[in-house]
Design a protein around this ligand. Structure first.
Ligand code: ADP
Length: 429
């Protein structure tokens, strides 16, 4: 009995030990498994880290070797990062010269407002392209163009601006040269127009000068008789003054016409401009037996324009019409100038003639520089006219009918609400 109990005790003890051993092995196995999993995860993480590092390295290499300036900026304008091309662009000797500093240190003061507006757009989530003048760290002036996009974090919040900036100084310079050249060309064309209109001008001046001579002679005659009361001379002398002022006005206008200057914009009454062109070209038209008729729309809005330039356009069109009809000995020589409002915001000027019209094969070329069918032509009149009209935000076209040619161009009218406050309009244009 005693040995039985002992035997049973031993069996129980063996069972317990075996169970404990099994549990221990099981535990060890789980631990091993867990360790394997941790190692696998670690390896995975290391792989991810390696890949991340590789990607970052690749990106950095691309950005650093990029020939354009690539930069990161914070919302307050602090430069966070910039590549070597960027350092060269702002004339920085080392990264510390610009990183951590405000970008406004290299933006021309008059462009800081524009720069800030565009930065605000990018930090509001938009992409932006903007031009600005920059003063580099060495004081050099450069024109820049930036393409900027927002950079977002994991919560989709914009934390920086990524900008790619390039130097457009040469392009700007060429543009400026082109504009100056165009202004100069227009002036030369006006000079030649003026030369050809000199007879017309002389004719126009003749009238007030003759009137002045007449009134003055009248006064002298009456003074010689000794019977004139001084008060009776006031009226004829006033007439002399008025005519002298008119002559002065004509001369001033002629001088303005050939002046060399940048466009001078103002609110212009287009009908007034047409009348002034007719005055200038009257003599030439009469010489070529051409009748000029006007159909001017009453009560139309004013246009925002340089009146001398618009005058030059109408002048070119009228003179071309006179020449076309004279050259082909047209039997009917009539020019109709119309002004037609198009809604609230546009005015069209039409010059219609009864000449030979324009050959269909060349109608698309008449606005090209140096295109001319005249023996003595230069082929610049219409090309200059087109650039003037386009610089005023309008367009010009030519049409040919059986009985002649029609040239039409549009100008932007000043909206009625703004007419009372034209200064404001000038700020927006
Ligand atoms: P140019 O008068 O020196 O020839 P423009 O640029 O003023 O230069 O005109 C270019 C050409 O367009 C003219 O040579 C002519 O062939 C054509 N053209 C212009 N206006 C008319 C018109 N009213 N009728 C017919 N042809 C015209």
């Amino acid at each position: 009995m005693g040995s039985e109990v002992m035997w049973l005790g031993l069996v129980a003890l063996g069972g317990g030990l075996a169970l404990a051993l099994i549990s221990l092995v099981y535990l060890l196995l789980r631990l091993h498994e867990a360790e394997l999993r941790v190692r696998a995860k670690e390896a995975e993480h290391e792989g991810v880290l390696d890949r991340l590092q590789e990607n970052e390295y690749r990106l950095r290499t691309i950005i650093e070797s990029e020939p354009e300036c690539v930069k990161l900026q914070a919302a307050d304008g602090t430069v966070l990062e910039i590549n070597p091309a960027g350092l060269r662009l702002v004339d920085a000797e080392c990264a510390e010269d610009i990183i951590g500093k405000r970008i406004y240190d290299v933006v021309a003061p008059e462009y800081i407002g524009i720069y800030q507006e565009n930065m605000a757009r990018v930090f509001a989530g938009e992409a932006a392209v903007y031009e600005f003048k920059s003063i580099t760290l060495k004081g050099r002036t450069r024109w820049m163009e930036t393409h900027a996009v927002p950079l977002r974090d994991a919560r989709s919040e914009v934390y920086a601006l990524l900008g790619i900036t390039r130097d457009i100084t040469e392009h700007k310079w060429a543009e400026e040269q082109g504009r100056r050249h165009q202004t100069e060309l227009a002036r030369v064309a006006r000079l030649s127009t003026m030369g050809e209109m000199a007879t017309g001008l002389a004719h126009e001046l003749n009238q007030p000068l003759a009137a002045i001579a007449n009134f003055a002679r009248g006064c002298i005659r009456r003074l010689r008789t000794g019977e004139v009361a001084p008060v009776e001379l006031i009226e004829p002398l006033e007439e002399v003054c008025e005519q002298a002022e008119r002559a002065g006005e004509i001369m001033r206008h002629a001088r303005d016409f050939v002046r060399k200057s940048e466009p001078r914009m103002s609110a212009v009454d287009i009908n007034q401009v047409v009348r002034s062109v007719v005055k200038f070209t009257e003599h030439e038209a009469r010489q070529h037996e051409t009748v000029v008729t006007l159909q001017l729309a009453p009560h139309q809005p004013r246009v925002w324009a340089d009146s001398i330039m618009v005058e030059q356009v109408i002048c070119n069109l009228v003179r071309n019409a006179v020449e076309a009809m004279a050259e082909r000995h047209s039997l009917r020589r009539e020019i109709l100038i119309r002004t037609v409002p198009h809604g609230e915001d546009k005015i069209e000027v039409e010059v219609v003639d009864t000449g030979p019209g324009i050959d269909e094969t060349v109608i698309d070329q008449v606005f090209d520089q140096f295109f001319t069918t005249k023996a003595e032509g230069v082929g610049m009149g219409l090309s200059i006219s087109r650039s003037i009209v386009e610089s005023h935000g309008g367009n010009i076209r030519a049409e040919s009918r059986a009985g002649g040619a029609t040239f039409r161009f549009t100008l932007q009218a000043i909206p009625v609400v703004l007419r009372k406050d034209e200064r404001r309009y000038s700020l927006h244009s």
